[in-house]
Design a protein around this ligand. Structure first.
Ligand SMILES: [Zn+2]
Length: 1010
């Protein structure tokens, strides 16, 4: 049966190759078609492990055959261990950009490098020229050009200092070794030229196919796990057999033998050398540990019936999860073979080890898996990494430039594998096992309903990126959400509308045509378009080449001339095929239609349906699932039932949830407040979001509370990424008067970022603030005075929230009936070589442009040296427990505005100018203690000009910047005199920041990044 099938495939392969040649000639009539070529490399490496100094001592010889039509005068080489050499490498910079300071702050002895390089070509020394920007690649200059068809032998000794495994892939954790990207390696030379690039964590590889013969020398008692097949070695075979655990005895021995970390034995003084060989691969990795246990199994391949031996190597602490690992490896090898083509190698191995580049990492015939702590997660990671033998190993695409071709394609098969083995598991289970679906009210969703969730999450925030980008151009969130997940969604889409069998046949053809080669995106496109017999720009230019959206919307339905019509509108920019389903009870009828623009009446089979739906199976990576369904009768036919749900959740077609949360509040004037929040802020951002929080105040027995309405505009191709129009209102009690009312209308304009991986962002906020309140006066007579004040405010914010030395700049202009003023605040952190420690420098300068000097009757809008206290917050921007207190604990709550002096003083209140410098520094040790010092100068209208003011003291920083207590130790003379005058005791001089706004869940959620 499968022989006949193979014949069919051969025929299709023949015709499609013919078609590829035809099409290419049509597209480039003047350019003769360059025949596909690839270079050939044969490595021989001898390497010895020094497990005291964590070094490798090695020599390497590569037979390099030039199959290109070009004469080569240089060969580019990667020296990737140098990526770990210092903080200036591309790897180091990317780590910092992605928010990790681990490598930046590492000790010298934790870093790594490669040295002792001395390249020779055919035995004659040649010069190696480092790339001008990168120390981890360069080129050797050939003394004699290498003609097409000719070959040379390139050799070099080399030494590698193995870095700590806490950074990335190559590394050691004590005496457990992960030898990945460890040897000098020529870059790929293909029809597009040389592909040399630095080592990166986010961004994978591209290498020449060939053979490896690697002889590894270690102390005798190491268990070695390496790519490929071990050459006959009876001693080593005996040791392996002794280390092999019988699966049936495994459960009995656990946890006694495996359940804890046994001490690492001393290394034996005798050495052993074990040799591994492998062909048709483009990389070689090995792992070594004295304590690995081995599980051995095998799997029979579905097409050829050949047997592949499988091995799992695991550490004591992960024994419980790894019992089942051989089955996971076998299942992955079997299913990928079935779906794509038989696994071509003799062995497949999975190794449990320390790794800091994701959950696992693939190498030919061997994968390294980080501790998972959950058997299903372990199955998923093993399947994914074993799957890379196809998408990376066998189909050797350029992962650095086109990461979707390996990670995305592989993710589709990984998800298919998981769906096969765990049909009820969804995306939420993968992220928040056990409780996630309950918390988000998604337990009764169809398992596939959420498969576009990651794409939708970023796209709805207007933060998605095209799949036509290099690995290092993605934000770390998008590397997962777009490269892995969106590609997988696109493959689902393709498979569903083509039909699974046709899709599998096509992918099998891709495998057969391109195995052990370097397929480019255009090769895949030609193959898919030829197989489908049509050009598919919606797929390759739209979904895979832009951030344009697919968004089909169901508009209505009708019956006419005994035909059933469903009216569907394309609200997106991509006209891919669309599925329409009609539901009657549990039965469903689905039909696919070719894509279209605008609105179309689609003829649907006749039937009596309760509801119609586009994309009912969730196969289309649809931007907005909310408009996908319509009931044929009843009210709320488009929105579905309105349902109260606790917390938050995900909007989906059949239900429009209103989320409810209990709310509790307290301030001195309202007393205890109880109420709730009604909102619609879900996981996926909507155009319109509301939060309504009514509170009952037990003190004045009145209604208090706050409400906010946001309208999000997501422009495409504009200088603004997001525009948010906001209307908010709040009402709370004051000390003597019943309530203040505050209404704010405004807009925030987030500027488009230069690129997605940058941590720099800028925004402009324009708002009008209306406040009706009593002025702050310390007498009950104030009750009868009500002031209404209007303010206009424009704020420009720019920040770089990078992991080391972050900074921000804020320029603020305010205007009211009695004043106009402008100020600038600059914050800069000099990060210390320790997580979350540093010196914070703040500079503030403000000046009035105009003032009526009537702040005794109007709002007191003066700049002041001291950070503001509750009653000085004339814009009612911050939350104070005792807003109008001038004595007692809650009068000591402050906000770091204006001069930001921590000690309270009437000194330095001005309608002229003010400038201050503020410093905060972390202290060594674990206690949350810091020191502060504030310096400032100002001039006020009383000509009370003070050149030099200062105060300094100790900070107890419970939550940096948001919950801190300031204890003054030193205060300048003039400030001191005002304090003495008012006989303020030491304890009253202590002030604190409690920024309740920072803990607003909706605000936290909206800025969430992962
Ligand atoms: Zn992967």
């Amino acid at each position: 049966m499968f022989q006949m099938r193979n014949c069919v495939i051969c025929l299709i392969a023949f015709f499609s190759n013919f078609a590829i040649a035809q099409t290419d000639q049509i597209r480039n009539p003047s350019k003769p078609k360059q025949a596909y070529f690839q270079q050939e490399v044969h490595y021989t490496i001898n390497v010895a492990l020094d497990d005291i100094n964590h070094m490798l001592q090695a020599d390497e010889s590569i037979r390099y055959i030039n199959h290109s039509p070009d004469t080569l005068t240089e060969i580019w080489f990667h020296l990737w261990p140098n990526g770990y050499k210092n903080t200036e490498t591309a790897f180091a910079k990317q780590e910092l950009l992605n928010g990790s300071t681990k490598f930046q702050f590492a000790n010298e002895n934790e870093r790594g490098f490669i040295d002792s390089i001395n390249f020779q070509v055919d035995g004659v020394s040649v010069s190696f020229i480092e790339d001008k920007n990168n120390i981890d690649f360069g080129k050797i200059i050939l003394k004699k050009p290498l003609a097409p068809g000719a070959e040379i032998t390139i050799s070099t000794p080399f030494r590698v200092k193995i870095p700590s495994s806490k950074f990335s892939r190559l590394g050691h954790s004590g005496q457990q070794y992960q030898l990945c990207q460890w040897y000098p390696k020529p870059a790929v030379y293909d029809a597009k030229g040389w592909h040399a690039f630095p080592y990166l964590n986010q961004g994978e590889f591209y290498s020449e196919f060939g053979t490896f013969k690697v002889s590894i020398t270690t102390p005798e008692n190491y268990v070695i796990a390496a790519s490929g097949d071990m050459e006959a070695n009876p001693d080593e075979q005996k040791r392996i057999d002794e280390n092999c655990v019988k699966t049936d005895s495994l459960k009995k021995e656990a946890p006694l033998k495996f359940g804890f970390n046994l001490p690492t034995p001393a290394s034996s003084s005798t050495l052993k050398t074990v040799t591994y060989t492998l062909s048709d691969v483009h990389d070689f990795a090995w792992f070594a540990d004295k304590k690995y246990h081995i599980l051995k199994s095998s799997v029979v391949l579905p097409k050829s019936g050949r047997t592949v031996e499988t091995y799992c190597y695991f550490a004591d602490k992960d024994a419980n999860d790894w019992f089942a690992a051989p089955q996971y490896v076998n299942d992955a090898v079997f299913n990928y073979s079935k779906w794509l083509g038989d696994y071509p190698y003799k062995v497949c191995k999975a190794v449990d080890g320390a790794l800091s580049a994701g959950a696992g990492m693939e190498y030919p015939t061997i994968t390294i898996i980080a501790s998972q702590g959950d058997p299903i997660a372990l199955d998923e990671v093993i399947a994914h990494e074993v799957g890379h033998n196809w998408f990376y190993g066998i189909l050797g695409s350029n992962e650095r430039d086109y990461p979707w071709m390996d990670e995305g394609s592989n993710s589709y098969y990984e998800e298919r594998y998981m769906h096969l083995k765990y049909p009820n598991r969804n995306e939420i289970d993968a992220m928040v096992p056990r409780v996630g679906n309950t918390l988000l009210h998604t337990s009764d969703f169809a398992p596939n309903a959420l498969r576009n969730l990651f794409y939708q999450f970023v796209a709805r925030r207007n933060e998605d990126q095209s799949l036509a980008l290099n690995s290092d151009q993605y934000s770390s969130m998008n590397y997962g959400a777009i490269v892995y997940k969106k590609t997988s969604n696109i493959y689902n889409y393709l498979a569903e509308f083509m039909g699974q069998d046709a899709f599998d046949e096509m992918m099998h053809l891709y495998y057969e045509n391109w195995k052990f080669k370097h397929p480019q995106p255009e090769d895949f496109r030609l193959l898919v378009e030829n197989f489908n017999g049509k050009s598919m720009p919606w797929l390759f230019d739209g979904l895979l080449g832009s951030i344009n959206r697919v968004d089909y919307k169901i508009c209505g339905f009708s019956k006419n001339n005994s035909k059933n019509y469903v009216s569907v509108r394309n609200a997106g920019q991509i006209n891919g095929p669309v599925s329409v389903s009609g539901f009657k009870g549990d039965s469903v009828l689905t039909k696919w239609y070719d894509g279209f623009e605008g609105k179309k009446q689609l003829i649907f089979p006749l039937g009596d349906f309760d509801r119609y739906s586009v994309n009912a199976t969730g196969a289309i990576p649809d931007f907005n699932p909310k408009n996908d369904e319509m009931h044929t009768s009843g009210i709320l036919r488009k929105t579905g039932k309105i349902k109260l749900q606790v917390g938050t959740g995900i909007d989906y077609p059949r239900v429009t949830p209103i989320y409810v949360l209990p709310a509790i509040g307290y301030n001195m004037y309202n007393g205890l407040m109880l109420g709730g929040v009604l909102h619609n802020v879900g996981i996926l951002r909507k155009h319109f979001e509301y939060q309504i929080m009514p509170l009952y105040s037990f003190n004045n027995k009145e209604l208090a509370g706050a409400t906010q309405f946001d309208y999000f505009i997501r422009p495409v191709n504009s200088c603004f990424r997001n525009v948010t129009l906001t209307a908010s209102a709040e009402r709370f009690a004051l000390r003597y008067s019943p309530n203040y009312n505050r209404i704010v209308l405004g807009g925030t304009f987030d500027f488009e970022k230069r690129n997605e991986s940058t941590k720099k962002s800028s925004s402009l906020n324009i708002r009008h603030i209306f406040i009706q309140s009593t002025p702050y006066l310390t007498s009950p007579e104030a009750e009868s005075i009500t002031q209404e004040n209007n303010y206009n405010q424009i704020t420009f914010n720019h920040k770089n929230s990078r992991a080391s030395n972050p900074y921000s700049i804020k320029v603020d202009a305010q205007q009211g009936s009695t004043f106009a003023k402008v100020s600038a605040t600059w914050n800069y952190r000099i990060s210390y070589k320790q997580r979350n420690k540093g010196l914070d420098i703040r500079f503030f300068a403000g000046t009035f442009l105009w003032t009526s000097n009537d702040y005794n009757n109007g709002p007191d809008v003066r700049f002041r040296l001291s950070g503001q206290t509750g009653y000085q917050d004339y814009l009612f921007s911050d939350i104070y427990i005792g807003r109008q207190e001038n004595s007692g604990l809650w009068s000591q709550q402050m906000t770091n505005t204006d001069g930001g002096f921590k000690v309270f003083s009437y000194r330095g209140q001005t309608t002229k100018y003010l400038a201050t410098l503020n410093f905060k520094t972390s202290l060594p040790g674990r206690l949350p203690l810091k020191l502060y010092a504030d310096l400032g100068t100002y001039e006020n209208e009383e000509k009370d000009r003070e050149i030099f003011n200062y105060n300094a003291g100790l900070i107890v920083s419970f939550i940096p910047d948001n919950f801190e207590v300031y204890i003054p130790l030193v205060v300048s003379k003039q400030i001191q005199s005002t304090l003495n005058l008012n006989t303020i005791s030491f304890s009253e001089r202590i002030r604190f920041v409690l920024n309740i706004n920072a803990f607003n869940p909706a605000r936290i959620f909206r800025t969430l990044d992962f």
